[in-house]
Write a protein that binds this ligand. Structure first.
Ligand SMILES: Nc1ncnc2c1ncn2[C@@H]1O[C@H](COP(=O)(O)OP(=O)(O)OP(=O)(O)O)[C@@H](O)[C@H]1O
Ligand SMILES: [Mg+2]
Length: 249
């Protein structure tokens, strides 16, 4: 990682987009977006509602395909990799995490089952510890967990997939302040100790301010500003200025 002029420039970005556009229902939703998510950093992806943030994350793990441009995961074009391997490598966690019927252990076993493997007792216990959940929850009905606990199980599933890149879409939006803090701490810990690259969409600019090391600001399907907090704050784009006014500091 080079840091030149305060700008974070990753020589080998986790994800790079090159002129990416996406259309649906005759509408341009993502418009020629080029940029990168630096390896081993938390990028806060911010912007007004409808800016195209969720659509961008779906493009980055191959759930949808661009109509134009290229997406590279660790230097390799997404289309040249199998959809399963992309989805394994690039995990995604959403605002609410659906649990399958059954115990927490059964939910943790799911990603391994999809690869024809089984979850050992030791692996289940170690994974619960990695995400800060008591192992006594392993035998509980997953659908009875609290919102924060479900988010941790969902993060645990990506760890069992050995995802090296984690895309987070508003994962704390429906949590109480103490669960929110726990999830923030967990993600920062995973980034620090396991070198996982994080792209985190949040509407909460105070949260972006706390966790973001690099920022993407999207407005109207375009990437209007990227960089460090200082660079975003110094943006000359009127929409960016209005959006971050007084909050990132
Ligand atoms: N399949 C689709 N067909 C038509 N329009 C779509 C489709 N998917 C997304 N859009 C539109 O594209 C725009 C961007 O949507 P997206 O969900 O990516 O925004 P967002 O930045 O995540 O917004 P929010 O902050 O509210 O979650 C919106 O206007 C949305 O209505
Ligand atoms: Mg969204």
């Amino acid at each position: 990682m080079n840091q030149e002029n305060g700008d974070i420039v990753s020589p080998s970005p986790a994800i790079r987009l090159d002129g990416v556009s996406y259309r649906a229902n005759h509408t341009d939703i993502i418009k020629k977006v080029s940029g990168q998510f630096p390896t081993g950093n938390i990028t806060a992806l911010i912007g007004p509602s409808g800016a195209g943030k969720t659509t961008l994350l779906k493009l980055c793990n191959g759930l949808i395909s661009p109509v134009q441009g290229g997406i590279y995961i660790e230097g390799k074009r997404i289309e040249e990799q199998s959809p399963l391997s992309v989805r394994r490598h690039v995990g995604i966690v959403l605002q609410s995490s659906p649990m399958i019927q059954g115990t927490v252990q059964a939910n943790l076993a799911l990603p391994l089952q999809l690869r024809g493997k089984t979850l050992s007792e030791e692996q289940a216990i170690a994974t619960m510890e990695r995400v800060g959940l008591p192992t006594s929850l392993l035998t509980r009905d997953a659908r009875e967990l609290s919102g924060g606990q479900k988010q941790k199980v969902s993060i645990a599933r990506t760890l069992l997939n050995e995802s090296k890149i984690l895309l987070l879409d508003e994962i704390t939006a429906s949590l109480d302040p103490s669960s929110l803090q726990e999830i923030e701490d967990l993600i920062v810990k995973l980034k620090d100790t396991e070198k996982i690259t994080i792209v985190w969409i949040t509407h909460n600019l105070e949260q972006a301010n706390r966790i973001g090391e690099y920022f993407w600001v999207m407005v109207d399907g375009q990437l209007r500003e990227v960089g460090t907090k200082e660079e975003i704050y110094a943006s000359e784009d009127e929409d960016v200025k209005r959006f971050v006014k007084g909050v990132l500091s």
